[in-house]
Design a protein around this ligand. Structure first.
Ligand code: NAG
Length: 334
């Protein structure tokens, strides 16, 4: 009976969905980019990963390239399901920093303006490899790492490697984590995430029902009320996910959630054991990492991690919702 019901729902949604299906080329999508997003796109370059995959990255020099005294760079790791563009507000503030060689960010494979292959094993370990490869190619030796959401997990893996006699080709001087599910036992995924993890349903939903209207509704929920995303920003987030038919790849990229559960202890230990000074900046109005549990868990389970809690009105995207405060906190920490 249950099977029959599920089957019927799937078939009906397929029929309705294909009626609404609207595939868009990248050029069509670009027409509705805001000026900010166009700017972001134009600032970028491509790094070719594993000889075939194009990875979109941005590097901006704040100091002379040929500075003989090697200054650190700032590296920004973005979250799921969005892209490096999450950092565009913070980027403009970080550019004022002195004693920084460059600021670097990129879209992981499967995200933003990077390639989004459908026959690819997406994983946190692979994302950490991407960071290492890109920084090697950009000749970066030491970094201040700033991460958000799934980026936190990538940063934890990089810290784990750093703890092991530095298996990375660069040195992490300081680490800043923004809202991310570093405790898998207090993590509460939103319904869209659950759907994307449900076999069959995820493929249909991401192909036929990844609509601006639905996206707007579910994505807005993770923001606090201080500065909810504008209509323009929501469309930009949406379009950068859709770029390169990115909606189709969401059921694959979200697999990181399983890895996070599997390696939760290893990655927590890495944070607990590292000598790298770590700051966690937390927006408490976050339905995914709830305020009733999260700060307390940091204090008891990660006593070496410094915690800054933002205003009650800031949610899951602190770097977007309260960029200036986040910048001030980061500046003081560096
Ligand atoms: C981290 O280390 C502290 C002791 O310094 C310990 O109390 C805590 O349980 C550890 N956390 C984890 C996640 O193992």
């Amino acid at each position: 009976m249950k099977l029959f019901l599920t089957g019927t729902i799937l078939i009906v949604s397929l029929i309705i969905g294909s009626y609404f299906y609207d595939k868009k080329t990248n050029d069509e999508l670009k027409e509705s980019f805001s000026l900010n997003l166009k700017d972001w796109f134009n600032k970028g370059n491509y790094y070719i990963y594993k000889d075939i995959h194009k990875i979109f990255y941005i590097q901006e020099y704040l100091n002379d390239e040929s500075n003989e005294h090697e200054l650190p760079s700032i590296v920004l790791l973005h979250g799921f399901p969005t892209s490096s563009y999450d950092y565009h507000k913070l980027w403009n503030l970080l550019r004022q920093e002195k004693n920084i060689k460059s600021i670097i960010t990129f879209d992981y494979l499967g995200y933003g303006f990077s390639d989004k292959p459908l026959n690819y094993e997406y994983s946190i370990f692979d994302m950490a490899d991407m960071v290492d490869k890109i920084l090697m190619k950009l000749n970066v030796q030491s970094v201040y790492l700033i991460a958000h959401d799934v980026g936190d997990t990538v940063a934890q893996e990089l810290i784990r490697r750093d703890n092991l006699l530095n298996q990375n080709h660069f040195k992490i001087l300081k680490l800043v984590l923004l809202n991310g599910g570093i405790f898998s036992d207090s993590y509460k995924p939103v319904i869209t995430q659950e759907i994307l993890r449900t076999k069959y349903l995820n493929k249909i939903t991401s192909k036929y029902f990844f609509k601006h209207l639905f996206f707007k509704y579910s994505f807005s929920k993770v923001f606090g009320s201080l500065s909810p995303p504008t209509h323009v920003d929501l469309l930009d987030f949406f379009n950068s996910i859709r770029y390169n038919d990115g909606n189709l790849v969401l059921p694959l990229t979200i697999e990181y959630m399983n890895e996070r559960t599997q390696y939760n202890d290893v990655w927590l230990d890495a944070l607990n054991e590292t000598m790298v000074p770590t700051l966690f900046i937390y927006g408490p109005a976050d339905p995914i990492n709830m305020r009733s549990k999260f700060p307390q868990k940091i204090r008891t389970e990660l006593p070496n991690v410094k915690l800054n809690i933002l205003s009650d009105l800031v949610g899951h995207y602190p770097q977007y919702e309260d960029a200036f405060t986040v910048f001030e906190l980061i500046k003081n920490f560096f």
